[in-house]
Ligand binder design. Structure first.
Ligand code: SF4
Ligand code: SF4
Length: 352
């Protein structure tokens, strides 16, 4: 597997690394097989996710029962990225301690390699993490106590991430990057590289939506000056397919480049970047979450539909049918998505 330097961390990580979200949806035995196969294929960075379990009582338990078991014998072959979505110092410190206890304690390297502040997407997130009782103070404390080694900030909004890395509190930045979400090429990636901040690419295949152009898409990203990609992986077969791209440099052909451009043009008006510029909606609709549901991805369409209906029933989500077509969100979307039209499509598909 080809390795690249992860910025100022100086870690040499596999250019194809392991995106952990899909493995939260499979049972521990299967997940352990997939993770073991990924290590055997040369992936050495694991970006963990807790899926629906995170930030409740069982946070990090899912990972404890999956990669935690593998680390008992293969810790020295793996770098670990663990995330929290919380923003307050005491909460983040709690997550650092808990993940340390559940994932690396008792292994041959008792330190979390990279601790991540995830979903840093808005101005108020930057304010929260930089305040004296904010998350960055917890990262410093975690380092001081020897619980974590490096720090990472992750999000979906390019400008906010630029502000975040300019605090100089992070060694690595993680963001979506693919043929549709390519605006990070102009500023975020050059600034990160200049500051020697590692760059980890989430959603290289649009959260599972780019199946038809997957090969071209992976080659296209690997041509760029980034550290690694973390495609979501949930089967041994997917491990092998993804790992193959990192074994020898693979050149994008002209035909593949054209295929990608055509795909990008077709998807541009329905693909949501989850940047959140369209919010708030006067009706309380979480616009980007709903647009995401329209397309099958890591989760099948049926599973997304079931989750949507359940969340609406429990009052956790305002349904698309509450859209009054006021149009206020439309000019706020930099990608000109026809949001009210997409809300209508949701109602047609899901009946609510
Ligand atoms: S058009 Fe619909 S989704 Fe957009 S702000 Fe108005 S009510 Fe919300
Ligand atoms: S609808 Fe547009 S503004 Fe809203 S999150 Fe998606 S891409 Fe961003």
């Amino acid at each position: 597997m080809l390795h690249r330097r992860l910025g100022r961390t100086n870690l040499q990580i596999s250019c194809i690394a392991f995106g952990g979200l899909p493995s939260t949806f499979i049972p521990p035995k299967e997940a352990i097989e997939v993770i073991t196969a990924a290590i055997d294929e040369g992936m050495n960075y694991f970006d963990l996710d807790e899926g629906p379990g995170q930030f409740y009582d069982k946070a990090y338990l899912d990972s404890h029962n999956k990669i935690g078991k593998v680390l008992k014998t293969r810790r020295n072959e793996v770098y670990l990225g663990v995330k929290t979505m919380r923003k307050k110092k005491n909460e983040v410190l709690e997550d650092i301690k808990k993940s340390h206890e559940l994932l690396v304690k008792g292994t041959s390297r008792e330190i979390i390699d990279i601790f991540q502040l995830a979903f840093v997407d808005y101005d108020h997130d930057i304010k929260a993490i930089t305040s004296p009782d904010g998350a960055i103070a917890a990262l410093e404390e975690g380092k001081k106590q020897g619980l974590i080694k490096h720090t990472l900030v992750a999000g979906h909004n390019r400008d906010i991430l630029i502000d975040a890395i300019k605090t100089n509190a992070f060694d690595v930045v993680e963001f979506p990057f693919n043929i549709i979400e390519r605006e990070v090429i102009d500023e975020l990636i050059p600034i990160a590289n200049k500051m020697e901040i590692g760059t980890i690419i989430m959603k290289p295949l649009g959260g599972g939506q780019f199946g038809e152009v997957a090969a071209a898409q992976i080659k296209w990203i690997l041509e760029k000056p980034i550290s690694c990609i973390i495609p979501g992986i949930k089967t041994v077969e997917e491990v092998k397919i993804n790992a193959a791209f990192g074994k020898t440099p693979q050149k994008l052909t002209d035909a593949e480049r054209k295929q990608l451009e055509a795909f990008s043009n077709r998807m541009a008006k329905i693909y949501c970047h989850r940047c959140g510029y369209c919010l708030p909606c006067s009706q309380g609709i979480k616009i980007f979450g709903l647009i995401d549901i329209l397309h099958a991805g890591v989760l099948s369409y049926e599973k997304k539909k079931a989750a949507y209906l359940q969340a609406v029933q429990k009052g956790l989500l305002v349904p698309a049918s509450k859209c009054i077509e006021c149009g206020e969100c439309v000019p706020k979307c930099p990608y000109e998505l026809p949001i009210p039209e997409l809300m209508k499509q949701l109602v047609e598909k899901f009946g609510i």
